[in-house]
Design a protein. Sequence first.
Lengths: 328, 341
Amino acid sequence: MRVTGLWGSARFRGVLYQALVIGGVVALGSWLLRNTLTNLEIRGIATGFGFLGREAGFDISESLIAFTPADTYSRALVVGLLNTLLVSALGIVLATVLGTVVGVVRLSGNWLLGRLATLYVESIRNVPLLLQLFVWYGLVTALPGARQALNPLPGVFLSNRGLVIPALDWSHGWPLLDSPHLAGFNFTGGLTLSPEFAALLAGLTFYTAAFIAEIVRAGILSVPKGQVEAALSLGLSRGQILRLVVLPQALRVIVPPLTSQYLNICKNSPLAIAIGYPDLVAVSNTAINQTGQAVEGVALVMGVFLCISLGLSALMNWYNKRVALVTK
Amino acid sequence: MKLTHAIGAVAALALMGAAPPARAGATMDAVKAKGFVQCGVNLGLYGFSAPDDKGNWTGLDVDVCRAIAAALFADANKVKYTPLSAQQRLPALQAGEVDLLARNTTWTLTRDTANGLDFTTPNYFDGQGFMVARKIGVKSVKELNGATVCVLPGTTTEQNLADYFRAAKMTYKPVVIEKNEELNSAFFSGRCDALTSDASQLAGVRAGQAANPDDYVILPELISKEPLTPAVRQGDSQWTDLVRWSQYVMVYAEEKGVTSKTVTVAQKSPDPDLQRLLGVTVGNGKALGIDEKWAFNIIMQVGNYGESFERNVGKESRLKLDRGLNALYTNGGLMYAMPPR
C-alpha cells in the first residue's frame, strides 16, 4: 500500500524527525538544568555568577596584566585565560616550526639525521604528556638556586627560579635597560621566564611537534613523485622545489589534521595544574574551591575553552579554504 | 586535570533524583543499610589520614571515621575511605559521594553556609605556619619579603597567605601545585624559599618527606586560626548529632580518665556519669537512634581523644606534636566535651 498525504512526503518526514531530535535534546537539557538547580537549592548551596564581582583574595604568580589579591574573581579568571592563550599561542608557533623541520628531516637523504628524527618522533609521541611535563619540571627545578645562578651572559641568569634576562623599561617615556640583579630571595628587574611556564611550553611543544612532524611527512609524501621530477627537469633548485612545488600541494593535506593538533595544544594546556602554571583551569579551580560554586565555575571554563577551540577552528578553516586546490 | 571531580559532582547533582537527600535520618538509614561508613579523608597526610605499610588507614581524622563505625556497627573497621584532594573534598560531600568528611578541613563561615555543609566540632585546633630550609637563615615570617612560597590550591591557606603579606606590605611569589607530593618536592628541590600550610601538616611533611628533617625549620609565627573540623551535609541533624557526640564522647572519656584499657572496668563504676556514658544507665543510645553500647564501643575500639592524639600525632608518633591548644580545657587547652546526658 502506498502511504499518501503528508506522511508520504520524504521531506516532511525528514523535517519531523529533526524536530523530534531537537525537541528531545532541548527537553533533556532543560531537565538536567532544572534538576541541578533543584538539587543545589535543596542542599542549600548558593547559585549564580555573583561571586565573579567579589574580591579574589589570592595571588597569582605570573600575569600579563596587573593583578593583586584585592582584584575580583573575574579579573583573576582573565589573568588565567591570558596565561592559557599565551602558552597555547607560543606552543602552536614553536611546535609548527619544530614539527616541520623534523618532518622534512625525516624524509631527507641524511641517514643519521633521518634516524634521529624517527627516534624523536617515536619516543615522544608514545609517552603520556603528563609524564613528560613532570620530567621537564624536574629538570628545570634541578637547576642551582637563585644565589648560585648560572650567569652565561652579562645580565642573564639561569636558576631554579627561572631564566631572567634584561628588558627594556619604558615607564620613564624612553627605553632604559632594566638589568636584573639578585635582591634578597630573588631577582628583581628584567624579564623572567618562570620554571612552570618553561616546563609547560617545552612539554607542549616537543609533544605536539612529534605529531606535526608526522603530518608534515605524510603531506609531503602525498605529492606525486612525478611533480618533483618535472620540477627537476625544469631546472629548479631543491629549495625552490620544496617552496614552490611540494609545500603548496602538501599544505592541502597538512592543514586539516594540523588544526586538530593546534586544538590539542589548547586542550592539553590545563595539564599546567600538575606543575603549578596558573592557567585558566588552575585559577578557576581555586575560585571554585574558595566560593564553592562548582557548577558555575565548570560551566565558565567549558564555555571559554569551547570558544577558543571554535575560534581557532574557524581561523584554520578559513586558511584551509585559501590553500585548497581550486579546480577550474 | 582535576576538574574531573568537580565535573563529576556537577553531573551527580544534575542526574540525581530531586527527592530531598538531606532529610533528617536519611544518612543514618542509608549508612545502616549499606553496612559501612563512607568517609572522605586526605590523599595521604601522615598523622591525620594515611595508609600504613599494610594498607590500613590510620590517623587522627581516620579515628573520627572509626568512632562513627564503632558507634553504629560496634565495629570500628566498617569504614570505606575515599581519599580526596583539597579541591575534591567539598563537591564530594555535597554530591553524597561520602557520608562524612574527616579531612583536616577548616571550619569557615562560607563553607558552613553557602556551601551547604554543617561542621560538627573541631578535632584539631591548628594554625598556618611556614617551613624554610635552615641554611637560608630566616628566623621569622617577617623576613620573608620577596620570597617564593609553595602553597596548595583551593585551601584557606592560599587566602591567609595573600592576606598576611598584604597586611604586612610585603610581596611574595606563589607556586601553586595541586598534588601534595609534587608541591613538597618543589619545595625540597629549592624552587620555593618557604612552604606554607597548617603547622601540623608541615610537621608531617618534614617528618615524612625531608631527606634530613633537621635541615628544615618551622617558623614560630602562626598566621591564622585553623579549627580542623569534620563536616557533614547540611540538613540532616540526626547524622550531625551522631558525629558530633561521637567526637565529644572521646574527649569526655579523657576528661573522666577512661581509656580503651580501663573502659571494661569502668562499666562497674558507681559514678552515675560513667554509667550513663557507657550505657549501664540507658537513654543516650535511644536518643541518638543507635545501640546503648555506642560510647563503650568507641572508647574500647578507638580510645579516648588523648590516646588517639598521642598515637597519631603526639609522643608515640613521628610527628611528636605537643598537645598545645588540643589539651583538655582543664590543662589549658580548648578540648571541652559537652556533657553526654
